[in-house]
Design a binder for this molecule. Structure first.
Ligand code: NCD
Length: 317
């Protein structure tokens, strides 16, 4: 059982490696149960969960809904575009309104870093961060740990190449923190404009220590002898103009393709959090090839969110 957890899941920073291991183990049990039967539990019966998404999402929102319903919770989805947010209601007023309706847990995605932390200070509900700006995406990092461990076995001492938009990707930051806790060595490759701009000052603006990663000047150098590869989506919606000369050039220099994959260890799996820009950060043959574990990530996403909801919500209500 997990010990010493806080009420909210705002980032992976707050989780110990033992807690991550426990969540992964519980997620595996849920996955097995779901595969074997028409699994339906009442662990969260009577618990209401609202998903409040201020940014687009397919897999994260749907998997939280799936997970909550499989555990017997009442799940209500609220998208900013069809709520009073469209009439100008603030994040604070929206959250307080939902809190007043007696919601037990709010699953929030927001374009601004820190938004779920802000909400957590003003509501009684448990807050689960489903991605805030370029800051954090804790459940993605947890499902990535689960997926990689299954793909390669022991994580301790393994080398993960993380390629692409490190600066604006919340997955990059949460993955680095979670994988470092599990003893994974991280090799990064990105254009200089897509690295945190104060990377050279000990701890960068995303709160990741420089000593936690090795930064390479080319994909080839990062991927060489890697045990696994994670490609990141170009976060064009968060980038200001002028960071990339041209997306075709980006694909040519930084995209994952079969020549580059051949430099990694023979069976090194390839991950991508999705949604993918195929042909840009990852070639189609790799995205859908035998080394891709991208659909495993999606499948594990439901199981991991069941484990997270069980842990953070089972005592509510
Ligand atoms: C990620 C996100 O929203 O941060 N997607 C996801 O949740 N699977 C990655 C991305 O959008 O690039």
């Amino acid at each position: 059982m997990l010990v010493g957890s806080s009420k909210h899941l705002l980032d992976v920073d707050s989780l110990s490696s033992d807690q991550i291991r426990d969540l992964v183990e519980n997620a595996r049990e849920f996955r097995t149960l779901r595969a074997a039967t028409q699994f339906k539990s009442d662990i969260l019966r009577g618990i209401s969960i609202y998903t409040l998404f201020f940014e687009d999402s397919t897999r994260t929102r749907v998997s939280f809904e799936h997970a909550g319903k499989a555990l017997g919770a009442d799940v209500i989805n609220i998208s900013a575009s069809t709520s009073s947010v469209n009439k100008g209601e603030s994040l604070l007023n929206t959250s307080v309104t939902l809190d007043s309706m007696g919601v037990d847990a709010l699953v929030i995605r927001h374009p601004h870093s820190g938004a779920p932390h802000f909400v957590a200070q003003h509501v009684n509900a448990t807050v689960i961060n489903a991605g805030d700006g370029a800051h954090a995406h804790p459940t993605q990092a947890l499902l990535d740990v689960m997926t990689l461990e299954e793909a390669i076995g022991n994580l301790h001492g393994a080398k993960l190449a993380l390629i692409g938009d490190i600066r604006y990707s919340r997955v990059a930051r949460s993955d680095i923190i979670a994988f470092r806790k599990m003893g994974v060595e991280i090799a990064i490759a990105a254009p200089a404009t897509l690295l945190p701009n104060d990377w050279t000052h000990g701890v960068n603006s995303l709160g990741v220590a420089n000593s936690d990663v090795t930064v390479h000047g080319s994909v080839e150098d990062a991927v060489r002898d890697a045990d696994a590869i994670m490609c990141l989506r170009l976060q064009l919606e968060r980038q200001s103009a002028g960071l990339l000369p041209d997306v075709n050039e980006y694909s040519r220099v930084w995209g994952m393709n079969s020549q580059r994959l051949a430099l990694a260890k023979p069976d090194a799996p390839v991950m991508h959090p999705g949604p993918m820009n195929e042909g840009l950060e990852i070639s189609t043959d790799i995205a859908h090839g035998g080394r891709s574990v991208i659909t495993d990530q999606v499948q594990n996403g439901v199981a991991m969110r069941m484990a997270v909801l069980e842990h953070f919500c089972a005592t509510l209500g």
